[in-house]
Design a protein. Structure first.
Length: 193
């Protein structure tokens, strides 16, 4: 089985994430897409992040009706901060019959050369890159690399940061979340303070 790993804090998971994941699962050669919930990214602050268990619960309920979308808490058990290369090694040991690939936005590809052991990742794994509107250019070594696949997925400009700020400002952003995700966030009073 060929599985695309979609890493992120998903704080919270929203329709933009689901649109990209579903597009990859339906319109590429991936059999499934797994949302890998990251406890702490080396590039993000932790102060506004929900507890791991709540972000995982939100992702679980967001994908429950989609057979090609799954969630993974594999990084919860790994040393912090999490680095993608360590997770890839660990997940391959746990699922030796799966072929794993990375899903990332074009904005992440622009900074990919800063990732720990990025050369090893690029040598051993395929990258499925979806378009994002952002500044800067992708380095030519990535544009022409045989393991980098640019996928013409829809450009979705919804962000978790925008959703958190909007909830705090008492804006009605329910349409940007699945109904069951919104219900959980609302009932738990997340992001309101």
């Amino acid at each position: 089985m060929k599985v695309g790993l979609f890493f992120g804090t998903f704080n919270p998971i929203h329709i933009g994430h689901l649109i990209i994941a579903n597009y990859m699962a339906e319109f590429s050669d991936l059999d499934q897409v797994w949302f890998v919930i990251t406890p702490l990214s080396p590039f993000k602050q932790k102060k506004s992040m929900l507890d791991n268990i709540h972000r995982l619960a939100l992702a679980d309920i967001a994908v429950e009706e989609y057979s090609k979308l799954e969630t993974s808490n594999i990084e919860f058990k790994l040393p912090q901060p999490n680095y993608t290369i360590n997770t890839l090694i660990h997940i391959e040991e746990k699922y030796p019959k799966h072929q794993f690939c990375l899903i990332m936005g074009e904005d992440n590809l622009k900074g990919f050369h800063k990732w720990k052991n990025y050369e090893t990742i690029l040598k051993n794994y395929e990258l499925y890159v979806y378009p994002r509107i952002s500044d800067g250019a992708v380095e030519s070594e990535f544009l022409k690399h045989p393991h980098v696949h640019r996928v013409d997925a829809p450009i979705v400009q919804v962000s978790s940061t925008f959703i958190r700020k909007s909830i705090k400002a008492k804006k009605d952003i329910r349409i940007m979340l699945t109904p069951n995700v919104w219900k959980y966030i609302d009932e738990m009073n997340f992001y309101k303070k």
